[in-house]
Every structure is written in C-alpha cells, then in structure tokens.
Design a protein around this ligand. Sequence first.
Ligand code: ATP
Length: 136
Amino acid sequence: MAKKLHLEILTPEARLISDEVEYVACPGILGQFGILGDHIPLLSALGVGRLDHRTGHKEGSFFVSGGFVEVRNNKVVVLAEVAEAAGEIDVERALWAKERAEESLYYAQTESDVERAQAALGRARTRLKIAGMSIK
Ligand code: ATP
C-alpha cells in the first residue's frame, strides 16, 4: 500500500483541506511537480495552476495562485495566497474575468498594463480549465 501524506491547503481566509492522500501534484513556480510518500524535504514557491491530489480512486483538484508549499515528514503544507476547490470555482465569474482581461490586453498601453492583463487572463483560463470548461 502506498505511503500516506498529510495534505493541508491554507489560505489567509480558510483551511480548504486537511486529509490523508497518496499523491499530490503542485503548480511550482518552475512548473508542475509530483509528491509521493517519503519525499525529501522541500520548500517551493507556487505559481498559478492546478493542484491535484489522489488517494486510490479518489481524486480532487484545486486552483492555486501564489504562496508556498512545504514538504516535510510526509506532510504537504500549502500556504496559498488564493485557492479554490475545483467545485467552488464560479464559472460565470471566471468567464467575465477572462473577457475583461482580453479587453485590457487589447487596450494595454504600458508594459505593466500588459503584464497585469496577462496575469488576470492566466488566472481566468486556469480556473476555467480546472472547472472542466473547454476554452479558446
Ligand atoms: P476577479 O477579477 O473575478 O476577482 P481575480 O483573478 O482577480 O478574479 P483573485 O485575485 O485571484 O481574483 O482572487 C480574489 C478572491 O476572489 C479570492 O478569494 C478568490 O478565491 C476569489 N475568486 C476569484 N475568482 C473566482 C472564481 N471564478 N470562483 C471562485 N472564487 C473566485
């Protein structure tokens, strides 16, 4: 039987999960990485992306944006700036955020306008994908 990990996902507002799992895939700032039991100690910054966890046939996903993950002694602690369970993602809101970001990108005048709009677009697209929407 696979060794268990204790997964906690915390935001400044709430604890979203505190559970035993077998596998976690995290959106690190340098890309997605997987964590199984007996992983070496690790501290990584989080980017914007999808966090998946699995235990046998049970799976779950979260949207995560910014923060840190620490892996130590079979505990995975995610301190996220922003996170939502896949089922909590408000699709209408993300579609609206995507539209606004596309418009902001179109009218962007400065490099920082472009960066802000691209970041907002990235968050909206990622939320929509995690919510199971196929997007252009
Ligand atoms: P918006 O413009 O819709 O606020 P955003 O990407 O700027 O989107 P964030 O700064 O990432 O929003 O998050 C701000 C707060 O709003 C967080 O608490 C986050 O969980 C929540 N949030 C943002 N978008 C959604 C969504 N589509 N579904 C559920 N919660 C959301």
